[in-house]
Design a protein around this ligand. Structure first.
Ligand code: BES
Ligand code: MN
Ligand code: ZN
Length: 490
């Protein structure tokens, strides 16, 4: 979909989108003669201008029929948020409506360049869809909307969108595509191929390790997970050097389990198809790296994805196996379904050995237990550093990718001691997200600031929201993008 910004409404055919902030109908003034009847219709529909509420009507516009979509932007909602919801609501209502063009007229709302640009952001994010495998869509089920024109924002909106938000749209779209693709299409090697094709020309530096390279490094935990699958593991490393030369980078580490059957500790059949998105952390990392590169972020970032498929093949690891990690620490694998932490352990060691990051932020669809704690609203945040945790929570609030802090403490750490090895890969059922985080922490070097984001409840949504449809959300891209903007580019 094309995005344009204009000073005034164009001539011709388009659906007109007007915002209404709560009960204040003054933004309908541009309707002139039709305003009174439109307002009466809104009353009859009990329309109160709440955010994301919409009313569709057809009006007479100088003798021709025009579709009018009135969208509530709420009362007292911050302009940036209201704008994203406005764009998202307009896009979702009009995408397959038959209209080719929509004009969102925010004259009278006093939107600055960023707020106006965020209408486009919301619309672009909300109109993402993946029709690759739908061969029988009827014409009236296919998208009709080709462009959105935003009228009445501050000058500079077009530039703001291009510089700042178009990059985020690209990043989120890449993440959603990877998360949406089934596991027969996206496995470690093809994940790498898809990412390389997508970030080609972005200025990101790329490195890929295959099994032989990881064997040499002694990555026994990651490779132990991969050994039950016909698909070979990969470690994908993306580097963005937009900051001061020689500065210590920040590392993003993603869990990329392209399918999680549970391995020999196999999962129940019902709902297992969801485990195609067990690479959501890795998806977020590559999406964020793409966004940061496209907008030329002034920061040094390295993004690492541990990519494996967890399968119960004849060579699969068994419960009770002991593996030696790249760090030298040994792990008793009690449950082969607790595989994400094994992958992250070696990825974290690798990034510390090779890049000496000041800060590590890992993202993973790590535990079902985090869904029990936080449902689908917040991702869980664990950190060894209060300052980092606070900054990430702030970035979460500002970006909409929300985080809720969970505890780490020695009594939880004790729960993963093993009688035969340095640790075991699971603790008791209680506090399962916390012991998973404690496990990862055992691989974080002294002095490294570290945060772990358990996003098992956020990668995929069964509900629609302002900026995404059901399915892959793209969670994490905007969080990391915002964190970099606020903390590393200042
Ligand atoms: N990928 C799953 C976690 C998960 C579960 C993500 C549901 C999204 C929705 C992870 O690898 C896993 O299987 N975790 C186990 C850990 C347990 C064996 C200690 C879990 O949460 O049940
Ligand atoms: Mn698992
Ligand atoms: Zn998993």
């Amino acid at each position: 979909m094309k995005i344009r910004f204009a000073d005034s409404r164009p001539a011709g055919d388009y659906a007109l989108v007007l915002p209404v902030a709560g009960k204040d109908r003054s933004t309908l003034n541009p309707l002139g003669a039709s305003q009174k009847s439109v307002s009466a219709a809104l009353d009859q529909q009990r329309f109160e201008g709440d955010a994301s509420n919409a009313s569709e009507q057809f009006i007479d516009d100088n003798g021709s029929v025009r579709r009018l979509l009135v969208v509530g932007t709420g009362k007292g909602v911050a302009p940036a948020d209201a704008a994203e919801k406005l764009g998202g609501t307009a896009a979702s209502r009009l995408q397959t409506s038959g209209e080719k063009s929509a004009v969102v007229d925010v004259t009278g709302l006093g939107y600055d360049a960023d707020a106006a640009a965020r209408i486009a952001l919301g619309a672009s994010l909300r109109s993402w869809r993946y029709d690759r495998y739908r061969t029988k869509l009827k014409d009236n089920q296919k998208p009709s909307l080709e462009e959105i024109i935003i009228v009445g924002g501050d000058a500079g909106a077009a530039e703001r969108y291009k510089q700042r938000w178009a990059a985020v749209v690209e990043g989120v779209s890449l993440t959603r595509e990877l998360v949406t693709e089934p596991a027969n299409i996206i496995y470690p090697e093809s994940f790498v191929d898809r990412v390389l094709a997508s970030v080609n020309g972005s200025g990101l530096e790329v490195e890929v390790l295959d099994r032989a390279a990881m064997e040499k490094l002694g990555m026994g935990a990651l490779l132990g997970v991969a050994q039950g699958s016909m698909r070979e593991a990969r470690l994908l490393i993306l580097k963005w050097n937009g900051g001061a030369a020689g500065g210590q980078p920040v590392a993003f580490v993603g869990k990329g389990v392209t399918f999680d059957t549970g391995g020999i500790s196999i999962k129940p059949a019902a709902g297992m198809e969801a485990m195609k998105w067990d690479m959501g952390g890795a998806g977020a990392v590559v999406g964020a790296m793409k966004a940061l590169a496209l907008r030329k972020a002034k920061a040094n970032i390295v993004g690492i994805c541990g990519l494996v498929e967890n399968m119960p093949g004849g060579n699969a690891q068994r419960p009770g196996d002991v593996v030696t990690t790249m760090s030298g620490q040994t792990v008793e694998v009690i449950n082969t379904d607790a595989e994400g932490r094994l992958v992250l352990a070696d990825a974290v060691t690798y990034v510390q050995c090779n890049f000496k990051p000041s800060t590590i932020i890992d993202l993973a669809t790590l535990t079902g237990a985090i869904l029990i704690s936080l449902g689908h609203e917040w991702a869980g945040l664990f950190s060894n550093n209060d300052d980092l945790a606070g900054k990430l929570q702030a970035a979460g609030d500002q970006s909409g990718d929300k985080l809720w802090r969970m505890p780490l403490a020695e009594p939880f750490d004790r729960l993963i001691d093993s009688p035969i090895a340095d640790m075991k890969n699971v603790g008791p059922r209680e506090g399962g997200s916390i012991t998973a985080a404690q496990f990862i922490q055992r691989f974080v070097d002294d002095g490294v600031k570290w945060a772990h984001i358990d996003m098992a409840g956020k990668a995929w949504s069964d509900k629609v929201a302002a900026t995404y449809d059901k399915g892959a959300t793209g969670y994490g891209v905007r969080l990391l993008d915002r964190y970099v903007e606020e903390q590393l580019e200042r």
